[in-house]
Design a binder for this molecule. Structure first.
Ligand code: ADP
Ligand code: MG
Length: 687
């Protein structure tokens, strides 16, 4: 059997007219196969009758009982109340919308079979708006559990059930081939697993399904993760099929930079640089991710890599996700590169008009050797003469497709080498999944002389103590950050919370020089504020989370973070990484708004207990799930149909080995697995 039978159009199913077809296509369901991969969100158990005495709070159940009394209760919300009894207990049914015929039906002694979600309160068991049918001899019972599908407006559950019924019978007639090597050992074949999850039989263990640990789910999750892994490898192979310039630097610029620095590279920095140098020396594009905790010195590694390319006569592009971070890089790199006679070129969306065309000319002529900027570097109009290396800072905010768009820039010479830096360490297993298309280097050592940041949790009710402490520190010549959190990306431009906080702090801390920085300031204004803070003219910097990444002021040793409960642990860790960069003991105060949820307490305690980005990332994953961790809403990198993380984390090791074997031994199967799970559209969407 081939999978082709299931590839027939969704419109071959009964009931799918043009209107429904369009709606389904919006959900990327265009074939019978795609429909089969649209799995239920949850299930209702209508396979048995539950005695009223055994009804549990919050659980949906079928009940068969006799009407004892019915009455219409007047009031603000007129309602029909029906008391029913099955000999094990009394149940109240409540209807807010009802017709007169319904009231007449509910005569004492009438038998009902009904289904709904039970609430147990002081007044006993109650179901609001149950589905019901007159006559208990014909209860609302089904053979299988009832699937509830994720849906959109205009497609009801009955439609989903009818469509999947048809698709499942096609599946039974022509089951897809099992492509996993050891499929025979599996408890479920692919077709059986799909069938099971659409129609779990009576008696199925819903608990296991809810925990994502049912063997049918594991069977599918394994295959899906495998397909994902294979497509990442495929992407990598496609990129590696391009030619890249061989960079053979004599190390002159690197030596000159290092001789001017007041420190030596750490062992880890040196090791990672060697890995990069050997990649750059190959005629295929480097695809390397450098992971390193905040403050581990990734910027120096990037700078030395850039110098190797510049030394060999090539151009380098350095991109950062935000203007502020790009500007920081511009400043840091200028400090390092100006003495070497290398000028930097700046390009952001805000560079306009004459200045912009001059900049573009500069880049096209090859005159610009290191171009620093934001997403603006991706635009079609930006043409490089000899681009050999692209450095992307904080990659998790860039989509994979953006990365690929940039690679087009190197077309003349093939594809540029790519170096991706991330300060968001992710657990090893997860990185096997997310970065299967990249080689990883880890800077697992901090420069010497750092003192770990001491973190404390303080209730916002004790805010005045904290303000006093900040004032004292500033008057002693120390510097501090006061971070105001924003909830949504869109608020990044709303400066009011930070402005108000700065005003209040100025009133409360006379004599302390207080600066303010947020996303709405112009580049020049931001530059001025950061410059003054760096020079020590500002003692206390009130900021939004724009300072999250890249800001580097070693004398700042105190950070207050307001409403830390709103942020992810990885983000808190990033923020906190702005202090603890010098030799003085540093402190971070998480000024939370009480009451904290149980989970909120656990999460903030992780910050208090650890300064290790990898450990924090593991805990973040455990307490929050991977979507948040990787910012997937932006990249679409980690959305799966069945696979769940961290629930299926234990499968990743095996999946990764399996991918290796299948790619080598059964490339045809690899292709079919990718087609089956990632589909053409999805593959296309990634590029
Ligand atoms: P991150 O990895 O978070 O980007 P940075 O590159 O900003 O870290 O480095 C943090 C600070 O450490 C900077 O002030 C940088 O100059 C300094 N630094 C980098 N490497 C070393 C080293 N080997 N020894 C001492 N300080 C270093
Ligand atoms: Mg950095």
């Amino acid at each position: 059997m081939t999978d082709n039978t299931l590839r027939t159009s969704i419109s071959s199913l009964r009931g799918v007219g043009p209107k429904l077809r369009l709606r389904l296509e919006e959900l990327a369901i265009d074939t019978v196969e795609a429909l089969l991969f649209h799995f239920p969100l949850r299930y209702q158990d209508r396979t048995r009758v539950t005695p009223i005495g055994a009804l549990q709070d919050g659980v949906e159940a079928v009940v068969c009982a006799e009407v004892r009394a019915a009455s219409v209760v007047p009031g603000r919300r007129r309602s029909l109340i029906v008391k029913v009894d099955d000999g094990t207990g009394l149940l109240t049914l409540r209807f807010f919308h009802f017709r007169q015929t319904q009231v007449q039906q509910m005569k004492p002694g009438v038998r009902l079979s009904l289904f709904g979600q039970c609430r147990r309160g002081n007044a006993g068991a109650e179901i609001v708006h149950p589905e019901y049918r007159i006559g208990a001899d014909n209860p609302l019972l089904d053979q299988a559990l009832t699937p509830i599908y994720p849906t959109v407006e205009g497609i009801g559950q009955a439609v989903w059930r009818s469509l999947t019924d048809q698709a499942l019978s096609q599946l039974t007639r022509s089951p897809p081939e099992d492509l996993l090597e050891d499929a025979a050992d599996e408890q479920f074949s692919l077709a059986e697993a799909i069938n099971y999850l659409h129609r779990p039989p009576a008696g199925a263990t819903l608990e296991a399904i809810r925990a994502w640990r049912h063997p049918a789910q594991l069977r599918l999750a394994k295959e899906e993760l495998l397909a994902h892994q294979l497509s990442m490898r495929d992407l990598r192979a496609k990129e590696r099929a391009f030619k890249a310039p061989v960079i053979n630097s004599n190390g002159e610029f690197q030596r000159r930079l290092l001789s001017r620095l007041p420190f030596e590279p750490t062992g880890a920095q040196t090791r990672v640089l060697e890995e990069i140098a050997s990649d750059l020396n190959q005629p295929v594009p480097m695809l390397r991710l450098v992971q390193g905790d905040v403050g581990s010195g990734k910027t120096l590694v990037a700078a030395l890599a850039a110098l190797a390319a510049i030394d060999a006569g090539y151009q380098v592009a350095l991109m950062a996700p935000t203007e502020l971070l790009a500007e920081q890089h511009l400043r840091n790199f200028s400090d390092w590169f100006a003495p070497l006679g290398i000028e930097l070129t700046w390009l952001s969306g805000k560079v306009k008009g004459k200045q912009r065309s001059a900049t573009l000319d500069n880049i096209a002529s090859g005159h610009a050797r290191l171009v620093v900027g934001t997403h603006a570097l991706f635009q079609d109009a930006v043409i490089f003469q000899r681009l050999a290396l692209v450095i992307i800072d904080e990659q998790h905010r860039f989509g994979v497709h953006q990365r690929l768009a940039l690679t087009q820039k190197g077309e003349d010479q093939g594809m540029p080498h790519q170096l991706v830096l991330t300060a968001t360490p992710i657990p090893r297993t997860l990185s096997m999944l997310a970065y299967a298309d990249l080689d990883c280097s880890i800077i697992d050592e901090l420069p010497p002389g750092r003192t770990p940041v001491t973190t404390s949790l303080v209730d916002n009710q004790r805010r005045s103590n904290v303000i006093e402490r900040v004032g004292n520190a500033c008057r002693e010549g120390r510097q501090a950050y006061w971070v105001c959190t924003i909830i949504e990306e869109s608020e990044a431009l709303d400066a009011r919370p930070a402005e108000t906080t700065a005003e209040l702090l100025r009133e409360q801390l006379p004599g302390v020089s207080i600066g303010l920085i947020h996303g709405r300031l112009s580049s020049a204004e931001k530059e001025a504020v950061m410059g003054a803070f760096k020079a020590g003219d500002i003692a206390l910097l009130v900021a939004t989370t724009v300072i999250e990444v890249g800001v580097d002021v070693p004398n700042a040793s105190l950070m207050i973070i307001e409403n830390p409960e709103r942020l992810g642990l990885a983000q808190l860790h990033q923020l906190r990484g702005r202090v603890g960069r010098g030799a003085t003991a540093s402190f971070c105060v998480l000024l939370y708004q009480s009451p904290l949820s149980q989970n909120g307490k656990l999460r903030l305690n992780v910050m208090r207990e650890s300064n290790d980005g990898f450990f924090i990332a593991e805990e973040d994953l455990r307490l929050r799930g991977p979507g948040e961790l990787l910012g997937t809403r932006q990249t679409g990198l980690m959305t799966f149909r069945v696979a769940q993380l961290p629930e299926h984390e234990d499968l990743l090791e095996e999946v990764s080995q399996l991918a290796e074997r299948i790619a080598q031994l059964h490339p045809k199967n690899a292709r079919r697995l990718m087609d089956r799970w990632t589909g053409e559209r999805r593959a296309f969407a990634r590029v």
